[in-house]
Each structure stands twice: as structure tokens, then as C-alpha cells.
Design a protein around this ligand. Structure first.
Ligand code: 4AD
Ligand code: MG
Length: 477
């Protein structure tokens, strides 16, 4: 008999049918009730064991984590909180799990503890819910772009350019013990890097994405990106996934429209398709919030946060206006937000961003026209000569979720900016070429996928929304 998934069975009303299901035991109580999960849904299916007719030897092996194949009759459940259960007729133990060694016990484990068990944490309710939502989000992202005339472009992971010009790159090298190219002085000869060229892991697919937008019109990338910044925050990873649409003939206003429509669409899809998981994650968050001191608790539940984005227009505010607001706001007595900002030209800290979103405007915010000095070389210079057509989208609890801009399309201006920022123009010859041959206004943005997953699932730490987080502390797996 073809096995069915737990999800299929829980939604079935074909009672008294014989069914087979595979899964891992979450709990086994009173020598009678197995809570079985196979990852297809947040809910377990209850399997009632006929212990009088089951060998003692088998009963002993039914411990948490054990893989089993269960056959039985699907019946209406008498128990609370479930519609169906299986009256077991046959149990086959597929893989034992020693109760003395298996680290995921049926009790509450801390997220920190589970991070150490990254290969097994997916068997918990929290991680399986987060990763299902992650998968659905990823589908929704492709769906949105594919339905709106965008082509998916795979930009290189190994590249010779530093897209952000920030120098936060992981070097890629072919040097190793067998190929230890050394200079005459016996030092590692980096000119031998990657078959003679200096290369690194990409920090962003944008520059290559731009070249494709200037031919395909509307493109998006969705791939891993790498930042060698030594930051240990709950919002930074050394390896994260980014979604980067890029559109020819689109200016900054159009870029803002696109970003807002895209985010709302994707969130709506998850809101409609992940109800059980979101409900579970909402309850989890309520419990987590209760353990925090009163003044650090979030004022919104998970659903309220998602609705906050879906139901509000994103407020568009220039950087200069935002600085005025921050300067004129009184310091918060409880120090929850320390939003005193010195002067125009400073980069905003996440406290400032969260203050603007959560306290001042009370809606998602798009900040635009940042000082040129604090933004990347490729952004279009405004007529004032000191600001650029940049935009950052700020979300409650997260701060910056999107960074984007209208790109500098003028050859001479771009060349000047590249030189002024100390970047070697020769490395970007192909990027400059775009401005020589059929240049046009174009714009795009980057959405940090993990920050979106964090926002949608309410997970506090970004390490808990990617299967194997890469940070200065987490690289074991
Ligand atoms: O603001 P960023 O650095 O912009 C770019 O990389 C542009 N090239 C994007 C573009 O215009 N095509 O990064 C974009 C987003 C941020 O807003 C943030 O959500 C996320 O990527 N991000 C990170 N997420 C996790 N860990 C990190 N270390 C991140 N750095 C950026
Ligand atoms: Mg940014």
C-alpha cells in the first residue's frame, strides 16, 4: 500500500480505511499513544497501539526519534484537538533512536541548544514550521516575478568584482597544500589565486544582474551571497540569500512601487497558505515574549505584524526629513530607543530605523535620497550633488529589509564616482560598457531573504531561519 503523508491523513475523512504512514515518533505515552510526525505539517497524527497484542520487544523500541512505518485503520478520534487517529495493526521499526543518546527529547529545548544540533533541529515543531514557511516564501517569490514578466538570472558566485565596494569579501583561491604557489621570499603568491586572477565569493549579484536587465528588460536573481563582516548580531549572516530584481527604464519611484507590491504579494501568499504554521509560530512568540521584561516585549503579535505590512501604505520619507524627525524626537526614558542622532550625513542605526517605523510613522517606511558618502558607488547622483537615489525599506522588529537604488546611468558621472571612491576602474570595464552602449535609466533592489523569513516567522535570531547558519561562531556543519 502506498504510504500517505500525515498531512493528507489529517485532512482525510475516509474513515475505516486501511492506511500506511511513515514518520518519526515525537512521543510515546502510556505504552499506547504514538504522536507521529513526518514533516509534512505542524500537527502530529495520533497512532493508537494495541499494546496487548504487540511484542514487548517492539514496544520498548518506540522511543522519541525512532523512524517507523505504521499500518492501521483511520478512525474518527475521541481525543481532544484532533479529528482522526490511526488504530495501529502493524508497526515496523525502520530505524531505532537510542533514548540515551538522542538529543531532541520531548521537552522544551532552548534555541541556543538546538543551534548546536543543527542537523537534528529540523525534527522540532519550531524549526519544521520555520523551514516550511521559508520554502513557501521562496516559491511565492518566484511566482511573483514569473507572473510579472521577470526572467530568473543566475549570477556568478565566484566573481572578480566587489559589488558593494565595501571590501567585505571572502577570497576564493586555488592555493592549497598540493598547489602552494610561493614567491621567491617563500610567501604565498596571491597572484596565483584562482588560476591567476584575484577572485572572491559574491557579495551581491546586482552588477551582473544589471547587465542582464539591459537586455532582458526585467530580471531577478535569487541566490546565496557572502559577506566577510565580523558582525555578531541577530540580523547578520556571513552567508545569506538575496533576491535582487533589476529593471530597465525604471526610476526610483517605480522601484519603490515594485518593492512594495512585491513584498505585500509574497507575504499575502504565505499568510494564505501557511495558516497552521503561522498559528503555531504566533503562539510560540507569545510564550517567548512573556519571558522578556515588560518594556522589551513586542507590542504586536505575529499576525498583527504581517497585517501591519499588508494593510498599510509604506510611508516614503527622504533621509533629510528622517534626520529632522530624529533630531527633534525626545530621548526615550526607558532607553528602548536611543535615537539621538548627531548630524546630517550619519548612517542610521537599527534603533533609529525601528523608531521611525514603530514609534513615529507606525507603518513600514521607505527612506530615500541618502547622502552619497554613505552609499555604494553605483547609485545615481541627484542634482544637489550630495545625495543619491537610494532607498531602504524599514520593517518593524527588523530595521532594514531592503536596500536598493536607481543606478547611475551616465558614463562620465559613474567613472568619476568610481575613481573618487578609490575603486580600480579597470575592474569594472564591463560595467562601464553598459553606460557606453545603449544606456538607460534603470533601478533595482536587494531583499535579504533571511530577514524576510525572520519577519514572517517572528524568529528573533537570524541563525534560526536558515538551515545551517554561517557566522563567526557557526560553521561546524
Ligand atoms: O543593502 P545591501 O548591502 O544592498 C545590496 O547588496 C545591493 N546590491 C542590492 C541591490 O540593489 N540589488 O543588501 C540588501 C539586503 C539588506 O537590505 C538586508 O536585508 C540583506 O540584504 N543583508 C543581509 N542579510 C543578512 N546578513 C547580512 N550580513 C546582510 N547584509 C545585507
Ligand atoms: Mg543596505
Amino acid at each position: 500500500m502506498k504510504p500517505k503523508s500525515v498531512k493528507e491523513l489529517l485532512h482525510s475523512d475516509k474513515y475505516l480505511q486501511e492506511v500506511t504512514v511513515n514518520g518519526w515518533i515525537r512521543t510515546f505515552r502510556s505504552n499506547r499513544f504514538i504522536a507521529l510526525n513526518d514533516g509534512s505539517t505542524i500537527n502530529n497524527i495520533q497512532c493508537v497501539v494495541d499494546f496487548e497484542n504487540t511484542e514487548e520487544n517492539i514496544l520498548k523500541r518506540l522511543t522519541t526519534g525512532t523512524a517507523v512505518e505504521i499500518t492501521g485503520t483511520l478512525t474518527e478520534s475521541q481525543g481532544k484537538g484532533q479529528n482522526v487517529e490511526i488504530q495501529v495493526t502493524k508497526i515496523k521499526v525502520l530505524g531505532d533512536s537510542s533514548p540515551d543518546e538522542y538529543p531532541i527529547q520531548p521537552k522544551k529545548h532552548s534555541l541556543e541548544f538546538l543551534r548546536e544540533k543543527a542537523h537534528l533541529r529540523i525534527r522540532t515543531s519550531t524549526f519544521s514550521a520555520v523551514m516550511r514557511v521559508r520554502s513557501v516564501l521562496s516559491f511565492a517569490i518566484h511566482k511573483y516575478f514569473q507572473e510579472n514578466g521577470f526572467y530568473y538570472v543566475n549570477t556568478p558566485i565566484i566573481t572578480g568584482s566587489d559589488a558593494e565596494g565595501a571590501g567585505e569579501m571572502f577570497r576564493v583561491t586555488t592555493l592549497n597544500d598540493k598547489n602552494p604557489a610561493l614567491t621567491e621570499e617563500g610567501k604565498v603568491d596571491y597572484s596565483q589565486d584562482f588560476f591567476g586572477k584575484e577572485t572572491n565569493l559574491t557579495v551581491s549579484g546586482q552588477l551582473e544582474g544589471e547587465t542582464y536587465a539591459m537586455g532582458l528588460g526585467k530580471i531577478y536573481t535569487f541566490g546565496p551571497t557572502f559577506r566577510a563582516e565580523n558582525s555578531n548580531t541577530s540580523r547578520h549572516l556571513a552567508e545569506f540569500w538575496m533576491i535582487e530584481p533589476e529593471v530597465a527604464f525604471l526610476d526610483l519611484d517605480g522601484n519603490m512601487d515594485l518593492a512594495e507590491d512585491f513584498i505585500k504579494n509574497v507575504l499575502k501568499h504565505v499568510y494564505d497558505h501557511c495558516k497552521d504554521d503561522l498559528q503555531f509560530l504566533e503562539q510560540r512568540l507569545i510564550q517567548e515574549e512573556k519571558s522578556k521584561p515588560q518594556d522589551q516585549r513586542s507590542e504586536m503579535t505575529l499576525t498583527e505584524k504581517i497585517r501591519f505590512v499588508l494593510d498599510n501604505n509604506f510611508k516614503r520619507v527622504s533621509y533629510t526629513e528622517a534626520i529632522e524627525i530624529l533630531k527633534n524626537s525626545k530621548p526615550n526614558k526607558k532607553k528602548k530607543f536611543q535615537y539621538i542622532i548627531e548630524e546630517w550625513g550619519a548612517d542610521l542605526q537599527s534603533e533609529h530605523e525601528r523608531f521611525l517605523v514603530e514609534k513615529h510613522f507606525k507603518c513600514p517606511v521607505i527612506l530615500f535620497d541618502y547622502p552619497a558618502k554613505i552609499k555604494a558607488f553605483y547609485m545615481r547622483l541627484n542634482e544637489d550633488g550630495k545625495t543619491v537615489r537610494a532607498m531602504d525599506i524599514l520593517f518593524p522588529g527588523i530595521g532594514e529589509i531592503v536596500g536598493g537604488s536607481q543606478r547611475e546611468e551616465r558614463y562620465e558621472v559613474l567613472k568619476e564616482k568610481i575613481t573618487a571612491m578609490g575603486i580600480d576602474e579597470k575592474e569594472l570595464w564591463w560595467y562601464l560598457d553598459l553606460r557606453k552602449f545603449g544606456t538607460a535609466v534603470h533601478s533595482g533592489f536587494g531583499l535579504g531573504f533571511e530577514r524576510l523569513v525572520q519577519f514572517t516567522t517572528g524568529m528573533t535570531n537570524i541563525r534560526d531561519v536558515i538551515p545551517y547558519p554561517r557566522t563567526p561562531q557557526n560553521a561546524e556543519f
